[in-house]
Design a protein around this ligand. Structure first.
Ligand SMILES: O=C(CO)COP(=O)(O)O
Length: 250
């Protein structure tokens, strides 16, 4: 069965709640494409107004992060039940910015992934190498290690429903998009890694996105690659251009 493409915006720390509603209203008519799952991942405080503003549209809503405990004395954190209670379906886990600025590790990523599945949330699990790692030629080994740890104790059934986002750190917010060959090579290696850890059926089902300076210009070729099932889009997801990215096949 062909995998349905999934194109997600990661708004990062942009957009106040009122700006968020305005942006949804601008993008709503532009991101209609039945052949693609469209997800807006937004700051926690924007989730409620964005859920409301996207009602009755094809847009699904995701969080940018959550904590790995059910509830309790964790000042400032967002619990998984807080997301599911308002109808959030997706959650980005382990974005490189969270790893770099908020000390997230492969181990905390794994705990969050397990917790997301426990609550029926679909994790968008991020991985990616630095420029130094790419230059050292250790990209594939690094990514395989990130994936293996992120999926520890995850069942095959859960893994099949997950989304992985391959985001080379050197391509994030730099305007330096990976070549289609580079992106396909790593996404193909991730799928092979899932086949090795689980089986071919799981590998064939899991969706793998590319992220890092995706634009309306680069999206069609990237998303045409056999192992690239869509994108995780930062900067361009805040602009009308996101409509062109979602409609890359039109
Ligand atoms: O980090 C990203 C998405 O999660 C990519 O960001 P940019 O598209 O702005 O490079």
């Amino acid at each position: 069965m062909a995998r349905k493409k999934i194109i997600a915006g990661n708004w990062k720390m942009n957009m106040t709640p009122s700006q968020a509603v305005e942006l949804v209203n601008t993008l709503k008519p532009l991101v209609v494409n039945d052949e693609v799952d469209v997800v807006f991942c937004v700051p926690a405080i924007d989730l409620v107004p964005v859920m409301e503003a996207t009602k009755g549209t094809n847009i699904q809503v995701g969080a940018e992060n959550m904590y790995f405990e059910n509830k309790g004395a964790y000042t400032g954190e967002i619990a998984p039940a807080m997301l599911t209670d308002i109808g959030v379906k997706y959650v980005i886990i382990g974005h490189s910015e969270r790893r770099e600025y908020f000390a997230e590790t492969d181990e905390t990523v794994n705990k969050k992934v397990l917790k997301a599945f426990e609550y029926g949330l679909t994790p968008i699990i991020c991985c990616g190498e630095t420029l130094t790692q790419r230059e050292q030629g250790i990209t594939l080994d690094w990514i395989r290690q990130q994936i293996k740890i992120a999926f520890q104790n995850v069942t095959a059934e859960q893994a099949a429903s997950a989304v992985i986002a391959y985001e080379p750190i050197w391509a994030i917010g730099t305007g330096k998009v990976a070549t289609t060959e580079q992106a396909q090579e790593v996404c193909g290696a991730i799928r092979a890694c899932i086949a090795e850890v689980y089986d071919e059926a799981t590998a064939a089902a899991i969706r793998i996105q590319y992220g890092g300076s995706v634009s309306a210009a680069s999206a069609p070729e990237l998303f045409a690659q056999p192992d690239i099932d869509g994108g995780l889009v930062g900067g361009a997801s805040l602009k009308p251009d996101f409509g062109k990215i979602v409609n890359y096949n039109k």
